[in-house]
Design a protein around this ligand. Structure first.
Ligand SMILES: [Zn+2]
Length: 247
């Protein structure tokens, strides 16, 4: 149904590629071959050229081990620059939720990378929560939007009741190393009722130092989670453009 909606939305609205502004060509006749097949060959917010540019980007699989914080394995699919940076900006600051359809393809690839080193089967996907004030302001949690198609495709449960951000925090990438740790310390609270005895995969849009994910993992493990790892769509690289501007 989503694919059908996207196909007609593209045809009617003359959508443009969010990365290079090229007008997207829509193969509506190809839709007759079935929504799944159509989805494999048509992007809703990215042109073929930008999509393949992203496909060639290197992925990252690393253990985040910050002193005094819970260690965890993180798989991240794309360096944070170029077309991806523009798309995340559209999502977070222009309320362009359609981009999650295309971006979640890459988050799914991160889950595949994680599965080579860690448990994925029977895990619960937990999007890193926003503080309620940020949630009210933005109207959605981008990590949750990105996680939904991945959960659906892999038949994994997604649950937002396990974790809450109980303290508002400053944007991590603008802080120094120690400040990042202090910023997220005690900012998350896990719900033992839902996470006791569970294997959990955290989901976020961007990995910087990993302090946010480590703080989440600490809260979940303290409340009885058996294991916590993470996937993120993008990872920040100091040599590739830096953080999102504040808005
Ligand atoms: Zn493009």
């Amino acid at each position: 149904m989503q694919a059908l909606f996207n196909a007609f939305s593209l045809a009617i609205c003359q959508e443009k590629c969010r990365a290079c502004s090229e007008e997207l060509k829509v193969d509506l006749v190809g839709f007759l071959s079935g929504p799944k097949r159509w989805r494999e060959h048509n992007r809703t917010t990215l042109c073929e050229s930008c999509f393949f540019k992203l496909e060639l980007e290197p992925s990252l699989l690393k253990i985040v081990n910050i002193e005094d914080m819970a260690p965890l394995l993180v798989a991240s699919r794309l360096p944070y620059h170029g077309p991806l940076k523009k798309m995340l900006y559209h999502l977070k600051y222009d309320d362009d939720r359609l981009v999650t359809e295309d971006l979640s393809i890459f988050l799914d690839q991160a889950l595949d990378d994680l599965s080579k080193m860690a448990r994925v089967k029977d895990c619960i996907l937990v999007p890193v929560p926003l503080h309620w004030q940020r949630m009210v302001k933005r109207g959605f949690n981008q990590a949750e939007l990105l996680a939904k198609p991945v959960a659906y495709k892999n038949d994994i449960r997604i649950d937002t009741r396990l974790l809450a951000r109980t303290r508002a925090t400053t944007t991590q990438h603008q802080l120094k190393k120690q400040e990042r740790k202090d910023n997220v310390k005690g900012a998350f609270q896990a719900n033992r009722k839902y996470c006791d005895g569970q294997h959990i995969i955290l989901v976020d849009d961007l990995l910087t130092s990993g302090a946010t994910l480590a703080a989440c993992a600490g809260a979940l493990l303290d409340s009885g989670a058996l294991s916590v790892n993470a996937i993120t769509l993008a990872y920040a690289r100091a040599d590739k453009g830096g953080p999102l501007p504040k808005k």
